[in-house]
Design a protein around this ligand. Structure first.
Ligand SMILES: Cc1ncc(COP(=O)(O)O)c(C=O)c1O
Ligand SMILES: N[C@@H](CCCC[NH3+])C(=O)O
Length: 421
């Protein structure tokens, strides 16, 4: 995917001026480009179009950005949804995702969440443990339903990504160790309310190497053939998401959707099964920015600090993963500086960039944290009693506030006094 651009204060692919928007909605705010996410989805969908049985499902990983406007935009293009909680399921349905395109993943789905999925009549549960097989069977039986499941395996491959977002290693909590898959499949097949029809794997996020994904996909194929030889009927194989996106314009980009699709085509040649994909970050990551205003600059003993009005509660990735987000002046500057960019929160970890060579911005300037459309607003908190920031969606010259969670009154309303107070 291309590096996302802001040209003279206007977001790539859209006509809305970010400074004008900042005046209207206040800073900080997330801004999403509808055209960019549509393009990313279409590029991915078209790249994988003919693979497997020729009718793949691209199920957007809702966790990356669960905003209803985002989900509705993708639903209209034919996207499905990969959900991991009752809340995400409710959002996908509310945004107009048909249940027939929803897959429910997650290592600890509760009975209530399983029941909500059964009631909605979703396409498939990706079951991650032997215990969950029995739980789901009970829940489905109580509702008189028969549900289709895939079993998520732990393929024991090293995805070569950040430890906190790696899910495919042998000791990760996700999936059933692949060696136990035949037994788990037989266990599921013995339940009259379960129909085990698929296999799934997802090895990690922000993947920049395709070989581990290819290894996992080949393992899925071998196992599917083995299961068919044992008399099971396989319909679908879910290869997960995880394709990385470019976060830095000074570094080589990760593999493109075309590179990824070529690898999948190679690894799945001759497969008769329906393929499922669960991309999140690559659809929305570079379709969003977090716009923030510089409150002030200050000099430390040896550091030049730029204090912005966004903080780690708004965009957690730099604090949590030491993740890099490019920080650009909304109106480009020619002068450069070396600065440490921090938010107002009372933690040293509230740092977005450490001693970074960047444009020389001053109090009152707007900056954009780039590639913030994925795992941005969705991971925000109200730490330091900072209200959640608004999210804005832009489409051409139109824009709309698509969540307005920055009202202090709304924050107070979330608390209730105990009866004795
Ligand atoms: C089961 C599952 N599917 C899909 C995704 C989406 O990953 P990404 O946003 O990296 O494409 C994740 C998160 O890594 C996940 O846990
Ligand atoms: N939250 C992570 C990605 C987690 C993927 C979830 N399986 C990030 O910001 O990079």
């Amino acid at each position: 995917m291309d590096h996302f651009q802001i040209r003279d204060g206007v977001m790539h692919a859209e006509d809305v001026n970010l400074a004008a928007l900042a005046k209207q909605v206040g800073t900080p705010f997330y801004c999403y480009s509808s055209a960019t996410m549509e393009r990313h989805f279409t590029v991915f969908r078209d790249a994988v179009a003919g693979l497997g049985d020729g009718n793949p499902l691209v199920a957007f990983a809702v966790k990356a950005n669960p905003n209803l406007a985002v989900l509705a935009t993708l639903a209209r293009l034919g996207a499905g949804a990969d959900v991991v909680s009752g809340g995400e399921l409710a959002r996908a349905l509310a945004a107009g995702m048909p249940a027939s395109r929803i897959v429910f993943s997650g290592v600890g789905k509760t009975r209530a969440e399983l029941a909500a999925g059964v009631e909605a009549g979703i396409l498939q549960f990706n079951v991650e443990s032997e215990a969950e097989i029995d739980m789901l069977a009970e829940v489905a039986a109580a509702k008189g339903a028969t549900v289709e499941i895939a079993i998520r395996i732990n393929p024991a491959v090293d995805p070569k990504t950040h430890g906190k977002i790696s899910t495919g290693g042998a000791d990760a909590k996700f999936g059933i160790p692949w060696e136990r898959l035949p037994a788990a499949f037989a266990q599921a097949a013995a339940h009259p309310n379960l129909r085990p029809v698929g296999l799934a794997a997802h090895i990690g996020s922000q993947l920049t190497k395709l070989e581990p994904v290819e290894d996992a996909i080949r393992k899925l194929g071998d196992l599917a053939r083995q299961l068919e030889a044992a008399g099971h009927q396989i319909k679908r194989i879910d290869v997960g998401g995880g394709l990385g996106v470019p976060y830095r314009r000074d570094q080589a980009p990760p593999p493109s959707p075309a590179d990824y699709a070529a690898m999948v085509a190679r690894a799945t040649e001759g497969w008769p099964w329906r393929l499922m994909f669960e991309p999140g970050r690559m659809i929305v990551g570079n379709a969003g920015v977090l716009v923030s205003e510089v409150i002030l600059t200050k000099e430390g003993a040896s550091k030049h600090f730029i204090v912005v009005d966004a903080a780690m509660n708004d965009l957690l990735r730099p604090s949590l993963y030491n993740a890099w987000h490019d920080i650009l002046a909304v109106h480009p500057k020619t002068a450069r500086t070396r600065a440490t960019v921090v938010g107002p929160i009372c933690e040293t970890g509230d740092t977005f960039a450490e001693d970074r060579e960047m444009e020389d911005v001053a109090a009152g300037d707007l900056v954009a944290f780039m590639t913030a459309g994925a795992y941005g607003a969705t991971m925000a908190s109200t730490y330091n009693s900072r209200p959640l920031v608004p999210e804005v969606m832009v489409k051409g010259a139109e824009w709309a506030i698509v969540s307005q969670r920055n009202q202090p009154a709304a924050m107070l309303a979330l608390d209730a006094k105990a009866p004795w107070l």
